[in-house]
Structures are given as structure tokens and as C-alpha cells.
Design a protein around this ligand. Structure first.
Ligand SMILES: [Zn+2]
Length: 139
């Protein structure tokens, strides 16, 4: 039976791969895996050794958020058979990512983007674009 659960990431663009990697780490025991897509992560539960409930997925997502240091700034919503992870507080998310070091993990083949104003570094161009806005507030 094919069973794929879509997790939409709202306001968290650029973190799909980070989410997918960490979710797969947590699902590997039961035979599940997560794949990064654009703006979402697809959790493939087609070959799991047992039923994985939506509540269990919610719990896994929250533990990923905690590992990334962004549990405070995000909320996880279960909407019918769809899961949504939403950034409520972008500043808290960026600060959390920086503090947890999640974005400083070296990634093969990816270049780093550096802020010309303060030296902030991220492998995600999208996050740098978001970050740059803090320097232009009030202009
Ligand atoms: Zn900066």
C-alpha cells in the first residue's frame, strides 16, 4: 500500500533537506523515509513494518524542531491528513537555527552565503535574503 504524508513547511523555505534528513533518522527503525521537496517534505510510509499514526508523526516533527532549535518559533498543525509546520516568529526561527548550529553543518557541494553587513553565514540563499531584511528595517 502506498502511503505518503505531506508535510508543508510554511515560512521555512530552504530547510526541506534538514527536515527530511532528521525525519528519516527517526523513521529508519520502522522502514519509513522522508524526501525533501520544494516547500514541503514527503514522508513515505509505504514500506513501514507497522502502522505509524499521525500523532506519532506530530511527535517526531516536534522533536525535529527541538533539535533544530526552532520549536519556540514554530507550530505544528494536523489538518485532516496533511501536516503543516508553520513559522510563527521568523526572528526566533533564525536565531534558533543559528544557536543550534543546524545551518553551520558543512554540506557537500553547497556554497555558503555570507551577509556583507555582519558576517552572518548560511548555506541557504533564501535565509540570507530573509536575514538581509533586518539590516534594512526603517529604510
Ligand atoms: Zn547581517
Amino acid at each position: 500500500m502506498v502511503r505518503v504524508v505531506e508535510v508543508t513547511l510554511e515560512g521555512l523555505q530552504g530547510l526541506e533537506a534538514e527536515f527530511a534528513t532528521r525525519l528519516t533518522e527517526r523513521l529508519v527503525d520502522v522502514g519509513g523515509m522522508a524526501l525533501p521537496k520544494s516547500g514541503s517534505v514527503a514522508i513515505d510510509l509505504s514500506w513501514t513494518s507497522r502502522e505509524v499514526s499521525a500523532q506519532e508523526l506530530l511527535r517526531l516533527l516536534r522533536s525535529v524542531l527541538e533539535e533544530l532549535g526552532i520549536a519556540e518559533g514554530c507550530e505544528v498543525v494536523l489538518d485532516e491528513d496533511r501536516l503543516v509546520v508553520r513559522a510563527k516568529d521568523r526572528d526566533a526561527v533564525l536565531e534558533g537555527l543559528r544557536r543550534s548550529g543546524a545551518l553551520r553543518r558543512p554540506q557537500a557541494g553547497s556554497e555558503l552565503h555570507q551577509c556583507p553587513h555582519c558576517g552572518y553565514v548560511t548555506p541557504y540563499e533564501e535565509l540570507l535574503r530573509e536575514h538581509l531584511k533586518i539590516h534594512y528595517i526603517g529604510l
